[in-house]
Structure formats: structure tokens, C-alpha cells
Design a protein around this ligand. Structure first.
Ligand SMILES: Cc1cc2nc3c(=O)[nH]c(=O)nc-3n(C[C@H](O)[C@H](O)[C@H](O)COP(=O)(O)OP(=O)(O)OC[C@H]3O[C@@H](n4cnc5c(N)ncnc54)[C@H](O)[C@@H]3O)c2cc1C
Length: 377
């Protein structure tokens, strides 16, 4: 008899398994329908020996000391500050928009002081900030909105920014200096030997069994367990009884090129031309040295694996119904991006899982994190 059946071996499922086994001494079985652990953060060496992220680039960044310290038990890190260029009107310019972007796009030579004034003139006033369009237009005005944001968002979400919640774009800063880092978090690092190696070390515990290539429906009535931790889509768990929650999906086109460098930055965004949104060159992220290089193009789609919960008020409303059902389902805990229908980054999912662990185990976060990693090889 297992104490917990955990559905999904991504960040949510793996953190839960590791803490429940290590701190609580529980016996855990993880059931994962894909042929690998790691969820969407899974990485692997391709046929040419290049480390690639199967489900698109995953950049680790967090302000949480707890999350960083916790994951550091399972991996060493390499410092990595992410940078993105946008291809607009045949030029490559830094994104988020900064002083260099403004000067390059408008053919000017403004100083940091002058650019603030310049942006204030471009920005339009709006009574309320409700949608993503409101957020951008009130920061940079219509022209930059049209060139850098509007079409990218339409491709990414299949919706105009005016139809999307302000939270989708609220996180994108506009800088009056030349800081071209994509993130400003305290910790910006990548797992030195990749994400999958980190997951392997998390799950390497005698109390944790992992069953790959298995949908939990196939085994939930065969394998005995006391409680379930579910990290798949919450609407799927309840057989879509209130209807399907909308998710956005992606198609990935992986390529390897016989050249050491393919493009001028880790990620190049293509807001306006082409059906893909961006192209990533993995060697920037992984630091790997290799005579060839691997890249991936991302094509947003409506159909396919659920990747992004779509942040719109009516979807949040529909999710609230499933959330209530989840609360009323004893013996099943819902955690992770799909199970709580939240547009979470990896660190937020780790934090959410640690919080659920403290509730289940009845310990404070500090005590939970201080427990030694016993049993790990
Ligand atoms: C393209 C892309 C890029 C991203 N980039 C970043 C980034 O740069 N930085 C960042 O911090 N975050 C990024 N994220 C977000 C990050 O992927 C998530 O926050 C994180 O992986 C969520 O972990 P999870 O465990 O909640 O879900 P998942 O990783 O989705 O894991 C859920 C697992 O459950 C399994 N499962 C589902 N249903 C069943 C079933 N019926 N039976 C058995 N198993 C099932 C799935 O196969 C999956 O492996 C990105 C996401 C995407 C899609």
C-alpha cells in the first residue's frame, strides 16, 4: 500500500514526492503518462549530443531564497542572465524595451533622463487598466505597442491584447537605462547538468517509485494508495463536467545546425512576420561547447498538450467552479500549473508544492526545509 499516488512527475509532483518521502517517511508512487520525468522542464541530449529542452526554453529565475536553497540540494548551478532580441522592421533590438531599443527604433541618441520624458509623451492615458492592451499603451504608446507587442500576443494567445487580462503583460518592464536582462530576479541561474539530472536526484529515494508511460486512469483502481496528489489538468480530473478550461498549446520545431553559433542572442522574438513567435538557441542557456548548435522554433496552437492556462476573467470564473469541486473532494490534493489553472513559473510551482507539503505534514515552512535529505543517494 502506498501512502500517496502522485499524478505527474513535473516540478509539482516531484517536490511533493521528495518532501513526503524524506521528511514524512511516506511511501509514494508517481504515475506519469509521458516517457520521462521533469514535466515540461524535461531536457535531454539529442542525437548530436546537444542538451535541449524538449518543451521549449526553461529559464530559472526566482526571488525566493527558500526555493533556491531547496533546489540547490539537487543541483549545482551555472550563472545565467537571460537576454532576448526582437526582430522588428529588419533590425534586432533588446526586449524588454530599454534605452537602446528606443534609440535604435526611432534613430535617436537620447540619454536615460531624456528617454523618460520621451516615453511620457508616447504613453496614452486610460481611465482604467483592465487589459494587456491598456498596460502597454499607457506605458509606451500605440506605435511601440503595434510593432513589439500586439501581433506577438495575438500569435501567442490567439487573442488580441485587448481581450487578455492585464496580468499577462503586467510583468514586462520598460527601462530607461541600458539594462537588457530579461529578468530582474535575485537568482538567475540554470541547473549545471540540466533539469532532468536535478529531477533524477530529487526522486532517487527508496520510498519513491516512478511509473512512466502510464495514464493514472489505467492504474488508479489497481494500485492501492491512501491519498492522491494530482498535478494534471483539473478539468480533466472532473471529466470536464463544467466544460473545458481553455489552454494554449505549442508545436516545437527542433533543428540542429552545423555551425557553432546560429543567432545573436539566446532568444529572438518575431512579433510580426512568420507563424512562429520565437527561436531559442540552447547553447546560450546550457553553456555547452560543441561544434554544432541546436535551436527550437515555437508555433502557438489551439490544439495539443495543455501548456498555458489562458488568463481571462471568464476562464477564472470557470476555474473557480472546479476549484470548489476540488476542495470538496476528500483525499485528493491539487497542485501545480494545470491542477490550479495558474500561469505559474517553475519557482512559483515549487513554492506552491512546498506550501501544500507544510499543510499535509503540519509543519512550518522553515522546519520542512531544514529536514535533511536522508535516503538520497
Ligand atoms: C514553453 C514553455 C516555456 C516555459 N518557460 C518557463 C521559463 O522560462 N521559466 C519558468 O520558470 N517557467 C517556464 N514555464 C513554466 C513551467 O513549465 C511550469 O511552471 C512548470 O513546469 C509546471 O510544473 P507542473 O509540475 O505544475 O506541471 P507540468 O510540468 O506540466 O507537469 C505535469 C505532469 O503531469 C503529467 N500528467 C498530466 N495528466 C496526466 C495523467 N492523466 N496521467 C499521468 N500523468 C499526467 C504530465 O504529462 C506532466 O508531465 C514554461 C512553460 C512552457 C509551456
Amino acid at each position: 500500500m502506498f501512502d500517496y499516488m502522485i499524478v505527474g512527475a513535473g516540478f509539482a509532483g516531484s517536490v511533493m514526492a521528495e518532501r513526503l518521502a524524506t521528511v514524512y517517511g511516506k511511501r509514494v508512487i508517481i504515475v506519469e503518462k509521458r516517457p520521462h520525468i521533469g514535466g515540461n522542464a524535461y531536457d535531454h541530449y539529442n542525437d548530436d549530443g546537444l542538451l535541449v529542452h524538449k518543451y521549449g526554453p526553461h529559464i530559472f529565475h526566482t526571488n525566493s531564497q527558500d526555493v533556491f536553497d531547496y533546489l540547490s540540494r539537487f543541483t549545482e548551478w551555472r550563472p545565467y542572465q537571460h537576454r532576448v532580441l526582437a526582430s522588428v522592421d529588419g533590425q534586432l533590438m533588446p526586449i524588454p524595451i530599454n534605452l537602446t531599443t528606443i534609440n535604435q527604433y526611432f534613430g535617436l541618441n537620447l540619454t536615460a533622463f531624456q528617454v523618460e520624458e520621451f516615453l511620457q509623451k508616447l504613453a496614452e492615458k486610460r481611465e482604467t487598466i483592465r487589459t494587456s492592451e491598456d498596460v502597454i499603451i499607457t506605458k509606451v504608446g500605440k506605435e511601440l505597442y503595434e510593432k513589439f507587442f500586439r501581433n506577438y500576443t495575438r500569435k501567442q494567445w490567439g487573442l488580441d491584447p485587448s481581450e487578455l487580462d492585464s496580468t499577462v503583460i503586467a510583468r514586462i518592464p520598460v527601462r530607461s537605462n541600458r539594462d537588457d536582462r530579461y529578468f530582474s530576479d535575485k537568482y538567475q541561474v540554470m541547473p549545471l547538468h540540466g533539469y532532468t539530472r536535478m529531477f533524477e536526484r530529487m526522486l532517487d529515494h527508496p520510498n519513491i517509485k516512478v511509473l512512466l508511460n502510464t495514464d493514472y486512469h489505467e492504474v488508479k483502481n489497481i494500485i492501492p494508495y491512501r491519498e492522491m496528489i494530482f498535478t494534471g489538468p483539473v478539468d480533466e480530473y472532473f471529466d470536464y463536467c463544467y466544460g473545458k478550461l481553455p489552454y494554449r498549446s505549442l508545436r516545437f520545431r527542433h533543428e540542429t545546425h552545423s555551425t557553432e553559433r546560429f543567432q545573436a542572442a539566446p532568444v529572438v522574438n518575431f512579433p510580426n512576420e512568420y507563424p512562429y513567435t520565437r527561436c531559442t538557441e540552447f547553447k546560450y542557456l546550457t553553456g555547452q561547447e560543441h561544434p554544432k548548435t541546436s535551436i527550437v522554433y515555437e508555433y502557438p496552437t489551439a490544439e495539443g498538450d495543455p501548456y498555458y492556462p489562458v488568463p481571462r476573467p471568464e476562464n477564472a470564473e470557470l476555474y473557480r467552479k472546479y476549484e470548489q469541486l476540488a476542495k470538496d473532494t476528500p483525499g485528493v490534493h491539487f497542485v501545480g500549473r494545470l491542477a490550479t489553472y495558474k500561469y505559474y513559473n517553475m519557482d512559483q510551482v515549487v513554492a506552491q508544492a512546498l506550501t501544500l507539503c507544510t499543510k499535509i505534514i503540519g509543519m512550518r515552512r522553515r522546519e520542512l526545509l531544514n529536514m535533511q535529505v536522508e535516503g538520497h543517494a
